[in-house]
Unconditional design. Sequence first.
Length: 321
Amino acid sequence: MSSSAACLRLAGVRYAVGAASSARGVTEILSGVDLTARRGEVTVIIGPNGAGKTTTLSCAQGLLRPSAGTVHLLGEDPFRAGAGLRARVGVMLQDGGLPQSVKPRTLLTHVAKLHQDPWPLDNLIERLDLSRFLSTSIRRLSGGQKQRVALAAALIGSPELVFLDEPSAGLDPQSRQLVFDLIGHLRSQGIGIVLTTHLLEEAQHLADSVYILKDGVVVRHGTVSELTGIGADDHDRPASRRLSFASPRIMTSGELDEAPFTLELDSDSNRAGARWGVPAIASPADLASLAAWWERIGLFPAEISFEARTLEDVFWEVSAP
Ligand SMILES: Nc1ncnc2c1ncn2[C@@H]1O[C@H](COP(=O)(O)OP(=O)(O)OP(=O)(O)O)[C@@H](O)[C@H]1O
């Protein structure tokens, strides 16, 4: 587990809307969320639509008051804290929330003046490649350009912690890389980063810590390797992995019948060089019995590999209805 200092802690956070007296009654959107984000780490929140990610971020930022539980943002209750705390936190909203008629340079210069120790503007312009549209009003910018301006606006105050709601949504690969590089830089500077995304490959690539939300609760959390290395049903049972191997020759049906596991043919036909998959290798003993079978039939695979479980696999397991 990480030893970096926590910059955000949610404990048992519940958030409900409606009133018991109304026809619809009370709907609980968050049902006890526990989450810790640390300085110098990227904490990624993922989950299906409606899982409660934005509501969690809103409670974390002090925009919504939880109906129960506690939130500590840089050691303070964000719902009660004043402007001093807000100046230490950067927020990039999903829809940008930018003033449409203003030009990015004017906006960023203005926001920089509100902070004691702003990020040098030229450096931010270079890192996010903003120079070509600094003097175009925000209304006229493309979606991806607006995203980058919104990110710059979240960072210009040199925050200690930033919240990024889907920071790379709608960005082309080049801009996405700029954003990834910048997130890497923030991390190396000891800034805490809390982000939501629907792009699981991106989550896997960026995250130090992942929280999977479903129906208003955290259903799984850990590092990517902890999550992808743990079984879906039992936290103490290592997950089985799919092994694939290339056979240097055609195997007979008798040889295949002797195999200790059900094999799946991954290529078109059982020819020399064909790839076979063994769906569930769960232990070294399973590997040994596979090797013993190869020895019995005199087959030395040309290539063997494990197919790594991804965050996407874990996501599908936990988000199944
Ligand atoms: N004020 C509200 N009144 C009623 N329902 C609400 C309110 N705010 C949010 N919800 C509901 O709570 C659930 C969680 O919403 P939230 O926006 O936090 O989800 P999300 O995980 O961010 O979703 P998405 O991935 O679609 O952005 C949704 O079903 C939403 O409709």
